[in-house]
Design a protein around this ligand. Structure first.
Ligand SMILES: [Zn+2]
Length: 419
C-alpha cells in the first residue's frame, strides 16, 4: 500500500477523534500533527498506525514512560528537532519538544532524499516497515506490517469523498518519471484536449504508462466522470507545465488533467476535479489562489474549457468546498447537526468528562458548519466554534455574544443558516 506520495486516507477530524478516544497525550495537538505529516506528502493514517503499533498512541511503553513525544519511537532525528535520551537497557531514543515535531520527523525521514527510504524507493507499508523495524533490532517485520495494514483498513476514509481513486504509478526509471523531489506549493489544472470518445482516465493512464508521447509528458492525476487515477507520487515532479526542466510549474506544482472526451459527463468530471483539488489543498495547506491553470506557467491555452468558462468559476467551486468541510451527522437533542473537522471530537471530549458538559458550555448547535471568510464556523446557543487551518491556533471557541462570535452568528442568522 502506497503511503509516501499518497493522499491522506484519514480526515483531520477522524484523526483527532481516534487520539481523543484513546486518551492519547497527543490529542491536544491532533490537527497540527495531521498537518505536519500531510505537508510532507505522507499519509497521516500510516503515521497513526505506526504510532498505534509502537506505543498504543502514546499510552504505553518507553514513549509514555519517558515522555518522548515520539510517535515513531525513533532513535535519531532527521529534522534536527528533539534531543537524545538514554533509556536503560533500550538504548537511545529522541525526545521531541512536542508531538507535532515528533510526527513531522516521522514523515520527513520517509521523504528525505539523503536517507535510506527514498534512496531505496521504499514508499509502501510493505517496503518501509522492514527498514523501520529491522530483524537485526529484534523486530518481527511481518507482524508489524500486518498490524499497520489492519489498523489502516479499519480506519481508512475515502481520500477524495465520493470519487473512486486508483493508484497506478508509472514505473521508476521511466523517462517521464524523473523523480526529482517535489514539495507541493501549487496545484496546476490541465485538460487533455482530446475530445475523442473513449479518451478517458484509463486511456490517459495507458498514454502516460507508454511514455507520454514524443515529449514524454506526465502528471500526477487524471480525472474523468467515473474515477481518478494517480500516476505519480505527490512527492515527485512530473513534466506537464511547459516551463522547462527547472520551471516552477514543473518543479513545485502537483498536476491534474481533466478528461474532455465527448462521451463523458463534463459537469461530473469538473466536480471530481474540484474535489481532488480540495483534498490537495487540505493536505498541503494551499489556498484557492494557489490553484492555477496550466496557462499560468507557460501561456498555453490550457485548460481550454475552464479558461473559456472563466477559471475563477472553478476556483470558486473549490473555495466553497474548502470552507464547508465534510463532517459526521450526529443527533444532538432536538437537532440533527453535522459536526465535523474536529468539532465533533471537541464535543465528545467534553462529554467524556461529564455528559452534560458540552450542553452546559456550548448549548445546542444552532447551525451546521459554514464558511465565512477564510474560516469555518459553527454556531451554538452560547458559543461559536471557529476552525481556521492557516492560523497558528486553528481552533477557537468564541463565547457569544462578546466578540467575533456575535458577528458571525448574526451573519449566519441573516442568511437563515441557524435554527
Ligand atoms: Zn495543460
Amino acid at each position: 500500500m502506497l503511503v509516501v506520495g499518497a493522499l491522506p486516507r484519514i480526515s483531520p477530524g477522524r484523526f483527532a477523534t481516534l487520539l481523543a478516544d484513546a486518551g492519547s497525550p497527543a490529542a491536544g495537538e491532533a490537527l497540527a500533527c495531521w498537518q505536519a505529516v500531510a505537508r510532507e506528502g505522507v499519509d497521516p493514517l500510516f503515521a497513526l498506525a505506526v504510532f498505534h503499533h509502537e506505543s498504543k498512541l502514546g499510552t504505553v511503553g518507553v514513549v509514555a514512560q519517558f515522555d518522548l513525544r515520539n510517535p515513531g519511537a525513533t532513535r535519531t532525528s532527521r529534522t534536527g528537532a528533539g534531543e537524545p535520551v538514554e533509556v536503560p537497557s533500550r538504548g537511545q531514543f529522541v525526545r521531541y519538544p512536542n508531538w507535532t515535531e515528533g510526527f513531522r520527523d516521522l514523515a520527513r525521514r520517509l521523504v528525505d532524499p539523503g536517507y535510506v527510504y527514498r534512496q531505496r524507493g521504499a514508499d509502501t507499508v510493505e517496503a518501509i516497515i522492514p527498514l523501520w523495524a529491522p530483524v537485526s533490532d529484534g523486530n518481527a517485520p511481518g507482524s508489524y506490517i500486518r498490524a499497520v495494514l489492519d489498523f489502516m483498513q479499519r480506519h481508512a476514509e475515502e481520500p477524495v469523498p465520493g470519487v473512486p481513486l486508483e493508484i497506478a504509478l508509472v514505473p521508476r526509471g521511466a523517462a517521464n518519471r524523473p523523480g526529482y523531489p517535489l514539495r507541493v506549493a501549487w496545484v496546476t489544472v490541465h485538460e487533455t484536449a482530446n475530445e475523442n470518445p473513449g479518451a478517458d482516465a484509463r486511456a490517459h493512464q495507458r498514454f502516460v504508462h507508454s511514455g507520454g508521447g514524443p515529449e514524454g509528458v506526465s502528471f500526477h492525476f487524471v480525472v474523468d466522470d467515473q474515477r481518478i487515477v494517480q500516476l505519480l507520487p505527490t512527492t515527485e515532479n512530473g513534466w506537464h507545465a511547459g516551463d522547462g526542466a527547472q520551471g516552477p510549474g514543473n518543479r513545485t506544482s502537483v498536476a491534474l488533467e481533466l478528461c474532455v472526451n465527448r462521451d463523458g459527463d463534463w459537469e461530473r468530471t469538473q466536480e471530481h476535479g474540484a474535489r481532488l483539488v480540495v483534498a490537495l489543498c487540505r493536505a498541503f495547506g494551499l489556498t484557492p489562489e494557489q490553484v492555477v491553470p496550466h496557462q499560468h506557467w507557460s501561456g498555453k491555452q490550457c485548460p481550454r474549457r475552464l479558461l473559456a468558462q472563466g477559471f475563477e468559476g472553478f476556483r470558486a467551486r473549490v473555495r466553497q468546498r474548502l470552507s464547508a468541510p465534510a463532517g459526521e451527522v450526529i443527533e444532538i437533542g432536538p437537532f440533527k447537526r453535522r459536526l465535523g473537522h474536529g468539532f465533533l471530537s471537541l464535543w465528545r471530549r467534553l462529554e467524556n468528562n461529564d455528559p452534560t458538559l458540552p450542553l452546559r458550555i456550548l448549548g445546542w448547535p444552532l447551525s451546521d458548519e459554514f464558511g465565512y471568510g477564510a474560516a469555518t464556523y459553527q454556531v451554538f446557543e452560547r458559543a461559536v466554534l471557529k476552525y481556521a487551518p492557516n492560523e497558528p491556533e486553528p481552533w477557537r471557541v468564541h463565547v457569544a455574544p462578546l466578540d467575533e462570535g456575535a458577528q458571525v452568528a448574526r451573519w449566519a442568522r441573516e442568511r437563515g443558516l441557524t435554527a
